[in-house]
Design a protein around this ligand. Structure first.
Ligand code: CU
Length: 293
């Protein structure tokens, strides 16, 4: 059902993202724009299940979650049925003279082998998924998120940008914005791009988590953790610090605007005025792409 909904929303969402990109260029804050892209990555009241997958990793996580749910439901039903059978068939009234059986090799084998088979069925896709989300071989660009008390610093080492993203406080929140989730500025990322994400912290433990991407990565001072994302659809995606880091833990959200590649390139050009790193020379793949244009 999700898939149908997502498919239908795609055209509208792409149009919305173009508007956001244009609005982002017009206003420095960008976030204050009335024409937001339709939100795709945020928790909803009375939400059941996962947020709609916005990346291949999250799509696989959702499938894995569904598989586990079926396995758990099956185990619960079997155990319930066995208990009911025992209570009805072997209660004192139905079975006044109990058997004296103390051991059964057959039953021992069955209740050892079946759980082992279940664990293998779980372990194989689990490990595959762990390695899939671990890192991307062929990253097209990198961003670095640095957790701080209590905001996130972001660096775009390929594009020479660096900025701090602070939560928009309640006094300044505009209609249509999401309280405790909106940041200024938002992190802008291109869709359909393999993005390496490096996560670390400058003071205490934090965790960079965006549910729609299937990412929850510890931010550890002195350690560089790595993961990746490929954002499938334009939109706005929200996340929060997910490691208790002190007084402002609930007030350092993550806000990502995913826009098509050309809109991202345009954003990089305008963002350079505000967030450009002095003396930056593009290198490697990004420099080659810029030279080819
Ligand atoms: Cu934190």
């Amino acid at each position: 059902m999700n898939r149908i909904k997502r498919g239908a929303g795609r055209v509208g969402r792409a149009a919305g993202a173009a508007v956001v990109a244009a609005a982002g260029m017009a206003s420095r804050a960008g976030a204050a724009s009335a024409q937001e892209a339709p939100v795709v990555g945020a928790a909803e009241p009375w939400q059941f299940g996962q947020q709609a997958a916005a990346s291949p990793v999250m799509a696989q996580l959702t499938d894995f979650h569904t598989l586990l749910l079926w396995i758990i439901a099956g185990i619960t039903l079997v155990v319930f049925a066995l208990l009911a059978f025992v209570m009805i068939r072997f209660n004192a009234r139905a079975n006044p003279t109990p058997a004296k059986t103390a051991h059964s090799t057959v039953i021992e084998v069955i209740w050892t082998v079946i759980p082992v088979v279940i664990l293998i069925v779980i372990a194989v896709p689990s490990f595959k998924l762990l390695y899939f989300q671990d890192r991307i071989e062929d990253a097209e660009m990198t961003i670095k998120a640095i957790g701080r008390q209590w905001y996130w610093d972001y660096e775009y080492p390929d594009h020479g940008l660096a900025f701090s993203a602070y939560m928009i406080p309640d006094e300044e929140i505009q209609p249509g914005q999401r309280r405790l989730l909106e940041t200024d500025p938002a992190v802008v990322l291109p869709t359909e791009t393999n993005i390496r994400i490096q996560v670390t912290a400058g003071d205490v433990l934090h965790s960079w988590a965006v549910p729609a991407f299937g990412i929850k990565m510890d931010a550890v001072p002195g350690r560089l953790n790595e993961t990746w994302v490929r954002i499938l659809d334009p939109g706005t995606y929200y996340g929060q610090c997910s490691e208790l880091c002190g007084l402002g833990h609930a007030f350092m959200p993550i806000m990502i605007k995913a826009v098509p590649k050309d809109a991202f390139a345009a954003w990089v050009e305008t963002a350079r005025d505000d967030y450009g790193v002095a003396g930056f020379e593009p290198q490697g793949r990004v420099a080659a792409a810029a030279a080819a244009e």
